[in-house]
Design a protein around this ligand. Structure first.
Ligand SMILES: *Cc1c(COP(=O)(O)O)cnc(C)c1O
Length: 355
């Protein structure tokens, strides 16, 4: 057998992507992530089927690898000699990985404060030039848009259309696994590229006859970073969910279009609701995500509790792994107390009766 036994998104979905003879088949093993049933959530909410798309199982720990595979492959095809991006962390980690894989120097601009340590660590160890700036993600994006006008420099933020092309593959996988589109798709919204890409993907699959229906798109922003919900951009968005701490989403209009065309909603969830969903996913489903990812499930919980009718089959996108930010887990989990190193002390700390 030729090639990789586990093809990346370019090879697996090339018929649905802008891939030609000259496009390198660049992959770090992204895509093909698990879609798992959430029995505890189903039981709790009385929803027939809740599925979780585990995008944290991508090689760098977030869905960003899907779009980055296509964006970097196309950039190389078009003669780029450097990649550049602004990032709240996950785009940086992914760009750095594909930069390393393809031997392309990569610059990543991150806010000096608020980026999870795991993400910075990844970008550094993959060998990217990491530049922390005294400003927000949005400030960083303004800078890199300028820098990317230099010849040979490819901007790999989600304003790069190939990012969204690649990110559609998650929607393809959902349909390929379930046999059709779900009734509703719950998804965190930051820069709003992912909600746009899923919608594009579901529509492409429907046009190709692979899905008979389209889902209702349900996007969720953090309440302190909810410009699409309020209709006003923010200079200083505030939320514990750093990956969606974005005040002026690059794909704002297209996300609104996805919302409206699907008869869906984009709503806000509070940091408390995000943290609750984060804890619940870990403790009740055994799935450890990053805070931003929990916004989709926080949104599902909020709608169910608000008495909204929930579709019979829903998919919640869990965008990234919790291991990116172990500090958050330590902050939001009970603190263990130290005990003496003997059986009685340990048994008693466990709450077990003396044997
Ligand atoms: C990038 C990211 C998001 C937000 O996706 P957008 O396309 O910017 O809306 C959400 N969660 C995680 C973990 C991310 O890395």
């Amino acid at each position: 057998m030729n090639g990789s036994p586990r093809p990346g998104v370019i090879e697996r979905y090339r018929d649905f992507l802008p891939i030609g003879e000259a496009t390198p088949n660049l992959t770090i093993g992204e895509g093909d992530t698990p879609l798992v049933r959430a029995a505890s959530l189903e039981h709790r909410l009385g929803v027939a089927e809740v599925w979780l798309k585990l995008e944290g199982c991508n090689p760098t720990g977030s869905f960003k690898d899907r779009g980055m595979a296509v964006a970097t492959a196309k950039a190389i095809e078009e003669g780029a000699h450097s990649f550049i991006c602004a990032s709240t962390g996950n785009t940086a980690a992914s760009a750095a990985a594909f930069g390393a894989r393809s031997g392309t120097p990569t610059g990543v601009i991150i806010p000096a404060r608020g980026v999870a340590l795991g993400k910075v660590a990844q970008a550094l160890i993959y060998g990217a030039r990491v530049i922390p700036i005294q400003g927000s993600f949005d400030d960083g994006l303004t800078v890199v848009r300028e820098l990317a006008s230099r010849p040979g420099v490819a901007l790999v933020n989600s304003v790069n259309p190939y990012r969204l092309e690649g990110q559609q593959t998650a929607a393809f996988e959902v349909v390929d696994t379930l046999g059709d589109a779900p009734d509703e798709l719950y998804i965190p919204v930051g820069n709003a590229g992912n909600i746009t890409a899923y919608w594009q993907g579901f529509r492409a699959y429907q046009n190709a006859g692979r899905a008979s229906e389209l889902p209702v798109m349900r996007g969720f922003q953090a309440a302190g970073a909810a410009p699409i919900v309020t209709g006003e951009s923010l200079a200083n968005p505030e939320t514990v969910a750093s990956a969606i701490q974005i005040g002026n989403p690059a794909n704002w209009e297209r996300a609104v279009q996805a919302r409206d065309e699907s008869d869906g909603t984009i709503e806000a969830v509070s940091d408390e609701e995000i943290v609750e969903a984060y804890q619940m996913l870990a403790a009740d489903e055994g799935i450890f995500v990053e805070l931003a990812s929990a916004a989709s499930v926080a949104g599902l919980l909020r709608r169910a509790r608000g008495g909204e009718v929930i579709g019979g089959r829903v998919v919640c996108v869990l965008t990234g792994t919790g291991l990116k930010d172990p500090g958050a887990a330590v902050r939001y989990a009970p603190k263990p107390a130290e005990v003496e190193a003997n059986i009685d002390a340990v048994a008693s700390a466990l709450g077990w009766n003396a044997g």
